[in-house]
Design a protein around this ligand. Structure first.
Ligand code: FMN
Length: 162
């Protein structure tokens, strides 16, 4: 079984969880990187990012260096933006129509949002969803415990799907 973790992260939280998962289950890792990433970490990020969500923008990504279709088990991780998965995944999902994969989804957010999972599951409906897990700003709230949770979750998902 070939394993891949795909994520986008603007401020490092999703990246932190993605790396813990990849490390735990010995998976390849693939970061989505917009060509024109926003620069601000201040309040303007909410306007800039929120606008992209509302208009369902598809920011151009730096070409991917791995082929998701080559993998059997894929973990997909995104920050929640305006209650949805982040716009780089609009681009990703419209370019890569994943089918027949075993997919586990994880989100990082400031307060949680079940709707983001619904959206992810809808866009991934031609795959088998084998797990979902939310994290609340793991870099700021008990980083070690969040890392532990991520590792345990990934290990269990994998064991259940061997
Ligand atoms: C544009 C934007 C919109 C956001 N919208 C939400 C939201 O609707 N709900 C929420 O709980 N957190 C929201 N957040 C907070 C992020 O989801 C949260 O800080 C997440 O952990 C960031 O992940 P990252 O560090 O991988 O980028 C938003 C952040 C940004 C930049």
């Amino acid at each position: 079984m070939k394993k891949l973790v795909i994520y986008y992260s603007y401020e490092g939280n999703t990246q932190f969880i993605a790396e813990a998962i990849a490390n735990e289950i010995d998976a390849d890792i693939l970061a989505l990187k917009p060509k024109n990433e926003m620069k601000t970490k201040g309040f303007m990020k909410f306007l800039w990012g929120g606008k992209q969500v509302v208009f369902r923008e598809k920011p151009t990504l730096i070409p991917l260096d791995k082929k998701p279709q080559d993998y059997d088990i894929i973990f997909i991780g995104t920050p929640i933006w305006a209650g949805k998965y982040a716009p780089p995944f609009n681009t990703f999902f419209s370019s890569y129509r994943l089918k027949g994969k075993k997919v586990a989804v994880f989100c990082s957010s400031a307060g949680g949002s079940p709707r983001a999972f619904d959206d992810l599951k809808e866009v991934l409906k031609h795959n088998e969803i084998i797990g979902e897990k939310g994290f609340i700003n793991p870099l700021q709230h008990d980083k070690d415990e969040n890392e532990h949770q991520a590792r345990e979750w990934a290990k269990k998902v994998l064991q259940d799907n061997k």
